[in-house]
Write a protein that binds this ligand. Structure first.
Ligand code: AHM
Ligand code: MG
Length: 338
């Protein structure tokens, strides 16, 4: 075997090695993460074909080959559900695409875990060829017994997450995951169809180069948010150099860049959106978990996002996340102007 091959770590091997370090691990979480990685590969394949599907001409849902085309977000949603509905590892699921819980079909055994996901975040970016992502959150079930899961299993604070992951479909496809033992990133090698370890043990800088916000909504912001963003821009009396503004409008892409380079991503509450835009259980919680595992921090402006007890499945939450110093500064400005 060429010596370079001994350095290649597939996501499967990494997950397995990681789980091996947990005393009493049964391998169920390992298998669930495999299933998620496989779903990610299928979605990545369709994502790269999305543009060419348009070129081939789709009318009323059919392409020139007579194949029924699905919207990519519907496809992603179904792939993730079907990949996990029959394995005996999951007791209930929830997705951004569905108002209600996704129950495991009666003919399959319910399992130990709860899977919550946003199948294709930033989907308005598909048509303009910008990056999009998928987000996963995994909890243990908390209802007793081995029946089907309930809303109570889904509505848990982020501090109880067992694992979280996101996939970014960009210039390459990457999957980033944490099971509470650091954050690890894998790049999909399309020639062999494997996610290979490319970013072991990601640590986010404590302060950063970038801020990411929809600045167009500035007139709707509170005074605290206005003052905070002016501080990021170096417009206050401290005379600091401004941070660079980077905003794709696809949270995973904005979050991922800032995780690696340092920075803050914010989607604050404003007068038009009093709880912000982003959803707590399948957008903010998993990214807050990953940020914390990488040494960063995520806040709703007043408290740690991981401490919030969700009240309902699709609840929104203001978000400030990324480098710890920058997020704590946001809390300071919002406290002063409360
Ligand atoms: P979506 O779940 O409908 O795709 O919306 C979420 C997306 C995030 O990815 C992104 O951060 C945000 O919406 C951008 O919103 P805006 O266009 O208001 O800046
Ligand atoms: Mg979304």
């Amino acid at each position: 075997m060429p010596s370079s091959l001994s350095k290649v770590v597939t996501i499967e091997r990494h997950i397995l090695d990681n789980q091996g370090q947990h005393p009493g691990a049964t391998g169920r979480l390992t298998s669930l993460l495999y299933d998620i990685a496989l779903a990610a590969k299928l979605i990545a394949r369709e994502t790269t074909r999305a543009g060419i599907a348009n070129v081939l001409g789709i009318t009323s849902g059919q392409n020139v080959h007579g194949e029924i085309q699905q919207k990519l977000d519907v496809y992603a949603d179904q792939v993730i559900f079907r990949m996990n509905d029959h394995t005996g590892r999951v007791c209930v699921m929830a997705s951004e695409e569905h108002d209600d819980l996704l129950h495991i079909p009666e003919r399959y055994p319910p399992g130990h875990y709860v899977l919550i996901y946003d199948p294709l975040d930033g989907s308005s970016n598909i048509d303009v060829n910008a990056s999009i992502g998928t987000i996963f959150a995994i909890h243990h079930r908390i209802t007793p017994g081995d029946g089907h899961g309930t809303l109570e299993d889904v509505l848990q604070p982020g501090s109880r997450l067992v694992a979280a992951a996101y996939v970014i479909y960009g210039s390459s496809t990457m999957m980033v995951y944490s099971t509470g033992q650091g954050v690890h990133g894998f790049t999909l090698d399309p020639s062999i169809g494997e996610f290979l370890l490319s970013h072991p043990d990601i640590r986010t800088p404590s302060t950063g180069k970038y801020y990411s916000v929809n600045q167009g909504r500035q007139k709707h912001w509170s005074r605290g948010v206005q003052r905070y963003v002016a501080w990021l821009q170096g417009l206050d009396d401290e005379g600091r150099e401004p941070l660079g503004l980077r905003y794709i409008g696809s949270m995973i892409a904005d979050f991922h860049r800032n995780l690696l380079r340092g920075g803050v991503f914010l989607y604050p509450a404003d007068t038009g959106q009093p709880s912000g835009k982003l959803r707590l259980t399948y957008e903010a919680q998993p990214l807050a978990f990953i940020a914390a595992q990488a040494g960063g921090y995520a806040s709703d402006g007043a408290r740690d996002i991981l401490s919030i007890q969700p009240e309902n499945l699709h609840q929104r939450v203001p978000v400030f996340m990324g480098s710890r110093d920058l997020v704590e500064k946001a809390e300071q400005f919002l406290r002063e102007d409360a």
